[in-house]
Design a protein around this ligand. Structure first.
Ligand SMILES: NC(=O)c1ccc[n+]([C@@H]2O[C@H](COP(=O)([O-])OP(=O)(O)OC[C@H]3O[C@@H](n4cnc5c(N)ncnc54)[C@H](O)[C@@H]3O)[C@@H](O)[C@H]2O)c1
Length: 271
């Protein structure tokens, strides 16, 4: 498949995990990609691997002027823009540790999470959309999260920022459809990237118990992102796709009921 021939994409948070898998897939399918990341060094490493189709741009999703410059640098380098994958999020350990509950959260943590994860996505759209329209239309894909679709015991800022991405996606889709810009989102569950690999062992067991399939790989998410970014998804806009191995679709008691039924069957067989 050469779905991205003559197409130029920006992938934010492109130097690691899901973003890096999307960059590789776009280039493998004939496209050019700006690996846009706060870590310029890691972006350079990936861009080098991708060859002339890769372009490293260091930027900070927390800063409006930095986002604008990153978009401009990409257009200057490749001459056009067709796809934006808004994907960067601040999932650093200090932010995750401090992102607790409504009462306990330090408001500086809340503000930081909203600044990078939500405002950063809006600003990506703000600066990229005029270029995408100039290129004759294209596609925006936002990385949301299953955490935006439910409540949880901790990480209130992360969850709310990701929930807002569901709505941002629909507003952007509604506002720019007539100018040829589609906007969709993916909502991953548990994907084996550095962010998840750092979880304590006991936590990994709980997460596994409640996921129907195995944990996802970055390439699983990249398959959906690139489908939505490509012309194959020409009739899809304003949608949020859960991609989580069955984490959120089942009865919340599923894992406990499964254990109960297995124990009941064993007791019956022993009687
Ligand atoms: N891994 C999962 O299980 C999972 C689940 C649901 C959603 N997500 C979402 O997927 C996206 C990618 O996460 P990942 O798991 O690949 O994480 P990752 O840590 O592997 O990659 C995140 C990238 O974002 C970059 N980044 C962080 N802050 C930035 C900033 N201020 N400006 C620019 N770049 C910045 C990092 O340097 C890193 O390269 C995130 O939006 C995350 O919330 C991940």
């Amino acid at each position: 498949m050469n779905r991205f021939e003559n197409k130029v994409a920006i992938v934010t948070g492109g130097a690691s995990g899901i973003g890096a898998a999307v960059c590789r897939r776009i280039v493998a399918e004939g496209g050019k990609v700006a690996v846009a990341d706060v870590s310029g060094d890691r972006a350079e490493v990936l861009a080098k691997e991708l060859g002339p189709a890769g372009f490293a741009v260091q930027f900070d999703a927390a800063e409006a002027s930095s986002i604008e410059k990153m978009v401009e640098a990409t257009v200057q380098h490749f001459g056009r823009l067709d796809v934006l994958h808004n994907n960067a999020a601040d999932v650093s350990a200090p932010i995750q540790m401090g992102d607790t509950t409504a009462v306990d959260i330090d408001i500086a943590i809340w503000d930081r999470v909203m600044q990078v994860n939500l405002r950063g996505y809006l600003l990506g759209c703000k600066y990229a959309i005029p270029h995408i329209i100039r290129s004759g239309g294209g596609s925006i894909v936002n990385t949301a999260s299953g955490a935006g679709a439910r409540g949880d015991l901790v990480r209130i800022a992360y969850g709310v920022s990701k929930g807002a991405i569901y709505t941002l996606t629909k507003y952007v889709a509604a506002q720019y459809a007539h100018q040829g810009v589609r906007c969709n989102a993916v909502a991953p569950g548990l994907v084996m990237t550095p962010a998840l690999e750092g979880s304590p062992p006991g936590m990994m067991e709980i997460l596994k118990r409640h996921t129907l399939l195995e944990f996802g790989k970055p390439e699983d998410i990249a398959a959906l992102v690139t489908f939505l970014a490509s012309g194959e998804a020409a009739y899809i806009t304003g949608q949020v796709y859960g991609i989580d191995g069955g984490l959120l679709m089942h009865n919340p008691m599923h894992a406990d009921l499964k254990d109960y039924m297995e124990q009941a069957a064993a007791a019956h067989a022993a009687a």
